[in-house]
Structures are given as structure tokens and as C-alpha cells.
Design a binder for this molecule. Structure first.
Ligand code: SF4
Length: 354
């Protein structure tokens, strides 16, 4: 019988749903891999065979031979898994409406338009780089134009790689990761331009720029302020403040350290017992780290939740798994062959460059 509605679980207690999910996992065995992003709620990430950041999870997806990959995360992550999937593998996202607002701030067509305008002043020396947190469409645009994907851990390496290929970088879609990376490399502010896709500046104003960053942002990370950092230092004297590079420049400068999600976890792991670590990233991860390291205190810089990451709940996971067991998977994520080819090219260049 096809499984089509969440309503059937309305009266199910949590324990019953958990038991049924575990039963399905055991039944499917190696035929199923569940991936969970660090920002997921405990109620969904508890079933993950692999936890990680978006790229680490996609790499896991590419390595598994499981026929079904259930991706508990947001859409661009499941899309990347679909791009990297082997023939015959099916990627399912429990909540297809869980989209990353930042990834949606750039489309391939908008990126192509910016590229053409900038080519008018920069010639053919532009290397586009896109953050992993982007649509397959944008990754494909980058792949077609000789560019690569980067993550928040290897952005600097990819910028260095890009400058070996050409003289200018168009970076999408996160203004803050692009700005933090460029400034840390010693590129002066006056050689850094911002591209507003709604109201683009005249390209000739950017003639002296070496890096142009797309004006996209993550509302979860731009929510943190310098005042939050100062308040945390007053409240927790001697604390370590670590933030994500999607934060604004002034917050990154005010913090003690900044790093990718994986880097933040490492800071917590390596902090001495008794330390207080104030973390500027998504709240579910901060809470989990606090529970996992009882000898340390891990507190949020401010409570900032990614609402779309939080959409995946127990009934969604269960419904998606029931559909797989029934042989009629719902919410299958797929990418057309042409887009997947160029997106894969951009991902491959990243792996080669880092
Ligand atoms: S935390 Fe930010 S970048 Fe990550 S999925 Fe949410 S909105 Fe997108």
C-alpha cells in the first residue's frame, strides 16, 4: 500500500515511531544509508549512519553502495548527494520543503548574467567559485566556466587555486564567507567588490576589484553581533569564543577563532576540561555539543536556529522510510544529467585542488 500521509502517525507515541524506524533500518540493512547534518534535531539525527557537514555527508553518500540514501538536511545537500550518487542509487529527502534560504539567493541564470557583465571589464580572467551551500544549478554554472566548489574549511585553498587559474574571482552565494576568506588572504578591501543580484552595480565600478562576492547571506550566522561577543566575555570570563565564517567580518574579528562546523567541533573537543566555549553557530549543534562534553560548558553566542533544518521531525523520517520499504520512495531528489555533469566537474576540481 503506498504511503502518502503523515496523518497516520498523529496518534503514535514517540517510542512507537522510534521502534518502527529502527525496525525498518534493520530490515533494509546495507540497502539504506541515513545521513544527518549537524544542525538537525536530535530526533532525526539519532538515526544517522553518518553525521557531518554538507560536503562530508555527500562524500559519504558517494562512497556508500546503499541503494537508498535518506538525507536529513536541506535541499542543496540532498541535491549534491544526487549529483554524486552512483547509477541506480535513490536519494530521498524527508522534507522536500526544507530549503536553504542562502542557497536560494543565487540562481545559475543570475550568476551567468553577472559573469557576462563582469567579463566586459575583466575579459576572460574570471574564475567562479561557489560555496557548497548552493544549488546544483549554480554549481553547474561554475563547472561550465572552469571554476570549482569550496567548503567553509577549504575556501582559502580554493581561492589560491583560482588565482593560479585566472586573475579574478566571482564568489557565490555567501558574501561573508567570501569576504572573510579574501581579507584573511591579505586582499585589501578596495580590491573586494560586492554583487547585488537585485540591483547590480555598473561593472566598470568593479574594474579594480580582484574578488567580487555575491550579496547572499545565512540569516542564522549573520544574526550574531559584536555586542553578543562582548556580552559573552563579560558573562564567562576566560571563555573561548568560536564562530562560523558565515558570520559578519566584525564578529569574526572579535571572536577568538573561527572555523567550519567541523572546525568548531574540533575546538570544543580540544578545549581543556572545565573550559567554557561560546559558539556562534546553529543552536541544535551547540546544544548537542554541550550534552556530549559534560566536562566542558558549551553555550550559544545567541540562540539562532535554522528553521528549515529543524523541519525534519520523527514522522517525516518514518514516512520516508515506509515509502522506501513499500518500493515507492517519496520525495526523491534528482538532478538532470547535464546539470549533474557540470556540477560534478566543479566538485571534482575542488577535490583535486584541496
Ligand atoms: S544554517 Fe544557514 S546556510 Fe545552513 S541551511 Fe540554514 S540558512 Fe542555509
Amino acid at each position: 500500500m503506498p504511503v502518502t500521509t503523515l496523518a497516520r502517525y498523529r496518534d503514535w507515541p514517540e517510542e512507537r515511531m522510534v521502534a518502527r524506524i529502527l525496525e525498518i533500518k534493520a530490515q533494509l540493512g546495507d540497502e539504506l544509508t541515513i545521513l544527518g547534518h549537524h544542525y538537525q534535531r536530535d530526533e532525526s539525527i539519532q538515526f544517522a549512519d553518518y553525521r557531518g557537514d554538507s560536503l562530508g555527508l555527500s562524500e559519504q553518500a558517494a562512497q556508500t553502495d546503499a541503494r537508498h540514501i535518506l538525507f536529513c538536511g536541506v535541499y542543496f545537500m540532498a541535491e549534491t548527494a544526487a549529483v554524486l550518487a552512483k547509477s541506480g542509487q535513490v536519494v530521498v529527502q524527508p522534507v522536500p520543503e526544507a530549503l536553504c534560504p542562502m542557497a536560494r539567493m543565487a540562481t545559475g541564470a543570475e550568476a551567468q548574467g553577472a559573469y557576462e557583465l563582469l567579463s566586459g571589464v575583466w575579459g576572460d580572467s574570471i574564475v567562479p567559485i561557489t560555496y557548497q551551500n548552493s544549488t546544483a544549478d549554480v554549481k553547474a554554472f561554475v563547472g561550465r566556466h572552469g571554476g570549482a566548489v569550496c567548503t567553509s574549511s577549504n575556501a582559502r585553498q580554493l581561492f589560491e587555486w583560482a588565482f593560479r587559474q585566472g586573475e579574478h574571482i566571482l564568489f557565490l552565494p555567501d558574501e561573508h564567507l567570501g569576504t572573510n576568506t579574501a581579507l584573511d588572504m591579505g586582499i585589501p578591501r578596495e580590491q573586494l567588490g560586492v554583487w547585488n543580484p537585485i540591483k547590480p552595480v555598473r561593472p566598470e565600478y568593479l574594474a579594480n576589484a580582484r574578488v567580487v562576492v555575491w550579496q547572499g547571506f545565512c540569516s542564522v550566522h549573520t544574526r550574531f553581533t559584536v555586542e553578543d561577543v562582548r556580552a559573552a566575555r563579560e558573562r564567562y570570563p576566560g571563555c573561548i569564543v568560536v564562530v562560523h565564517p558565515e558570520c559578519r567580518r566584525e564578529v569574526v574579528v572579535e571572536a577568538d577563532q573561527y572555523g567550519s562546523t567541523t572546525g568548531i567541533i574540533r575546538v570544543v573537543e580540544q578545549a581543556p576540561a572545565g573550559a567554557t566555549i561560546v559558539v556562534g553557530t546553529e543552536y541544535h549543534l551547540v546544544q548537542r555539543l554541550n550534552a556530549e562534553f559534560p566536562d566542558k560548558m558549551v553555550v550559544p553566542l545567541a540562540v539562532s536556529v535554522c528553521n528549515t533544518m529543524a523541519m525534519t521531525r520523527l514522522p517525516h523520517v518514518l514516512l520516508a522510510l515506509e515509502s522506501i520499504v513499500a518500493g515507492e520512495p517519496i520525495n526523491v531528489v534528482s538532478v538532470d544529467a547535464e546539470t549533474a555533469h557540470w556540477a560534478r566537474m566543479a566538485l571534482k576540481r575542488m577535490l583535486e585542488a584541496s
